[in-house]
Design a protein around this ligand. Structure first.
Ligand code: ASP
Length: 348
């Protein structure tokens, strides 16, 4: 029986290991339906929440995830926004940080929890981490302040012992249960005997008092260019002149440094002059770009590269998709790439 006080949570099941079962013929894991998943977590009933669900018509391995799926998740959130207290999105771990980042931009003025989780072992396995992750995610989605407002008002990833800001974290392990980490931002909560929220880290903004606004259009004319010592002129020039590309995330060394060859700087400069936005981010998991610290970084800035400061790769590429998806001109995209929109980066 449901009462008015029961938290109402919508689970959006997209697929991923959490719901997978083994194909008896190939022994490979394949996504399975939501009923299978819930049947394996009888403890959910002990929460006494009003839980509803939505599942992708065909649950997917998150390697298949693309902006059409992000739009589908965002549409469900928009449709049910007034009606529920929070959302739990079940998702494969492989591209979870991309989805979390994308949704954080697409869901402007969000003031309810969107908690994304999954697992390293399928929920039917004896040692699964899926049961604990799902239950904790539901509890976080239902957590309220004394005034009745949600504690978490942003897109976050819950995995094992931590709750992270979605657009600040990265999958760091293909084996460990603690598979995610935010290298440049503290955890939003630590999961122990209790869920211990780190209140200073939670996203709070005046815009959260405005109605939810969903932007569905993500422009996929973006790419990464990852530098390495010895990268050839041929490779760089080809990559930078990829037809149709509007934005490039350039992954550089250390504090934002790149080779000083004239051909390299000229290629970057020509690309930017053609109206392509190039964002400089560091390959280091931790720390940020200091474009003026070394001559090797100054050259890039002089050529017109934007500093991505301490943004993750996942947030940088999805932010470009979002900004170009809004139809902004390169100069406007550059302006917004330099500043945080929803807690995805520190200030330059
Ligand atoms: N390949 C799976 C996926 O991302 C891995 C996982 O869920 O952990 O869908």
């Amino acid at each position: 029986m449901t009462t008015e006080k029961q938290p109402k949570i919508l689970i959006i099941y997209t697929g991923g290991t959490i719901g997978m079962i083994e194909n008896p013929e190939t022994n490979a894991l394949e996504p399975f339906d939501f009923d299978h998943l819930i049947d394996n977590v009888p403890k959910i009933k002990m929460l006494d929440y009003n839980i509803e669900s939505f599942q992708f018509e065909k649950p997917i391995d998150s390697a298949e995830m693309n902006p059409t799926h992000w739009a589908e998740i965002a549409q469900v959130i928009e449709d049910r926004y007034e009606d529920v207290d929070g959302f739990v999105v079940l998702h494969g771990t492989d591209t979870m940080a991309y989805t979390a980042s994308a949704l954080s931009f697409m869901l402007s003025n969000l003031n309810k929890p969107v908690i994304i989780t999954g697992s390293q072992l399928p929920i039917g396995e004896v040692r699964t981490d899926g049961e604990e992750n799902l239950i904790t995610a539901l509890q976080i989605a239902a957590a309220t302040e004394p005034d009745g407002r949600a504690v978490v008002r942003e897109v976050a990833i819950l995995f094992e012992h931590y709750l992270w800001r979605g657009n600040r974290c990265t999958k760091r392990s293909a084996d460990n249960f603690n598979a995610f980490k935010s290298n440049n931002y503290p955890e939003l909560a630590r999961i122990g005997l209790n869920v211990n929220f780190n209140r200073e880290s939670l996203w709070r903004s005046v815009t959260q008092n405005r109605p939810l606004k969903v932007e569905y259009n993500m422009d996929t004319n973006v790419m990464f260019l990852d530098l390495f010592p010895g990268i050839s002129r041929n490779v760089v020039e080809h990559a930078l002149s990829t037809p149709g590309v509007k934005g490039i995330v350039l992954k550089t060394f250390g504090a934002g440094n790149a080779p000083g060859h004239q051909w390299f700087i000229d290629a970057v400069k020509r690309t930017i002059e053609r109206g392509v936005v190039i964002v400089n981010i560091t390959q280091c998991p931790n720390g940020c770009v200091h474009p003026l610290l070394y001559a090797a970084g100054v050259n890039l800035s002089k050529a017109g590269c934007i500093s991505g400061h301490d943004i993750t790769s996942e947030a940088a590429i999805t932010k470009l998709m979002y900004l170009f998806g809004l139809g902004l001109r390169p100069e406007e995209v550059k302006k917004y790439m330099k500043r945080p929109l929803c807690g995805e980066m520190g200030s330059n």
